[in-house]
Design a protein around this ligand. Structure first.
Ligand code: NAG
Length: 400
């Protein structure tokens, strides 16, 4: 009795601290199996070699109309096993269409995965529920993985194949933070700014190391796909990145908008909270009275004249609300003159704060958090800060 009780308590503690991905046994696939789409001979063990869907795409949405998911994160679309020649199979095994992904994940103890999906894997509410979207992704794409076929899995858990699939999708998505990749290159959502396709691709390649494919709805950026080959099984094999095939993107070459997730374009205004002046649109974080303005590049911050430098950061006073405030340094009020950020020239203007990654907020002028300078400062050098992305080094300033 005592022994049994102790065991039960220990087991509960054990599972609650584990990522669901580690709850499952590893496959016996050999590390010398070739990478999918890279075999030179016919492979016979398709439990350890993904085929024919060896070109795996992690697809994400940036939904702004209506907005879905956190305002500072892209959301999951799926993980698709395309063929090596970019064709694909779909709906491969109707005998494994499950009636409730939610129940399968709950019964398997994969509640971490489920709760992550509830936040980051969102259906367009006009199209149906999140559960319906998950079922669609499993039925259409998940059942096509050769390495998740019933013959590859021995388990009494109902829907174990789907549990492996959803766990892998979530774990893969977590490594592909598109919002942060773009943010790190000074690209943040804006209702006015436009981008060229090549500038977005270059920014993503700089931040991530490989070029993903981008898809637009009209001229609005709304999907991304990261490409992988797989060594071993989808359950626990290694996903190796590669550059999206040329022509994989479907956006105009210029004039691309990366719209904010709420309150712009044709999106309805957020209806979830009744906001009064000064109430934050970023879930609880308010405007500080005093803060520094740190470069999103990780180097330097703003000085009291509004220049960018690695010298001691100026402390700015914020007066107003997140949706409209004045900024003052020891030199005086700040504003923009001739496209240049300056403080102390009696040119005080109204700034706003927009939410950035990790719950941080960035300084915005004219609704855009994008600023640029001619070079990254070092030593005693101060660089002028311009609004927009017209100069060599593009960045944002984090209110910190
Ligand atoms: C790679 O293996 C798959 C699965 O056996 C096979 O269909 C394909 O023809 C192989 N490719 C080469 C080049 O042998």
């Amino acid at each position: 009795m005592v022994v049994a009780l102790t065991f039960a308590v220990a087991a509960t503690t054990f599972t609650s601290h584990l990522d669901a991905g580690s709850l499952f046994p590893r496959t016996s696939c050999s590390a010398s199996t070739p990478l999918s789409c890279h075999n030179t001979t016919k492979q016979t063990n398709l439990c350890c070699f993904e085929s024919p869907g060896g070109s795996i795409l992690q697809t994400q949405f940036w939904d702004t109309d209506p907005s879905t998911g956190p305002t500072n994160s892209w959301t999951i679309h799926g993980l698709w096993p395309d063929h090596c020649d970019n064709s694909y199979s779909e709906n491969c095994d109707p005998s494994r269409y499950y009636s409730s992904i939610t129940n399968i994940l709950e019964n398997a103890g994969a509640t971490d995965v489920l709760s992550y999906m509830q936040t980051y894997w969102k259906n367009d509410p006009n199209d149906g529920s999140d559960e319906e979207f998950w079922e669609h992704e499993w039925d259409t794409h998940g059942t096509c993985y050769s390495t998740l076929a019933p013959a590859c899995i021995s388990s009494n858990v109902e829907g174990q194949d789907a549990v492996y699939f959803f766990t892998r999708v979530v774990n893969t998505f977590k490594t592909l933070n598109t919002y942060d990749f773009l943010f790190s290159q000074g690209i943040t959502p804006s209702s006015s700014q436009t981008h060229t396709l090549s500038s977005l691709q270059t920014a993503l390649k700089s931040a991530y190391g490989y070029t993903p494919a981008l898809t637009c709805s009209g001229s609005d950026l709304n999907q991304i796909a990261y490409y992988f080959n797989l060594q071993g099984s989808l359950i626990d094999g290694v996903l190796e990145s590669y550059d999206a095939p040329s022509g994989g993107s479907d956006c105009p070459t210029s004039g691309i908008r990366y719209l904010p997730k709420s309150g712009s374009g044709s999106s309805p205004p957020p209806t979830t909270t009744t906001t009064s002046a000064g109430t934050s649109p970023t879930r609880g974080a308010g405007l500080p009275n005093k803060a520094t303005l740190q470069s999103s590049t990780g180097t330097g911050c703003l000085l009291s004249y509004g220049t960018w430098s690695t010298q001691t950061c100026a402390t700015f006073t914020f007066s107003g609300t997140l949706s409209g405030f004045t900024l003052t340094s020891s030199k005086g009020g700040c504003g923009v003159q001739g496209g240049i950020l300056t403080c102390g020239n009696e040119n005080e203007g109204t700034f706003t704060a927009l939410s950035a990654s990790g719950g941080e907020m960035s300084l915005a002028w004219g609704g855009s958090t994008t600023f640029s300078s001619d070079a990254v400062p070092s030593g005693q050098v101060q660089e002028r800060v311009y609004t927009g992305s017209g100069h060599e080094k593009v960045l944002s300033f984090i209110i910190s």
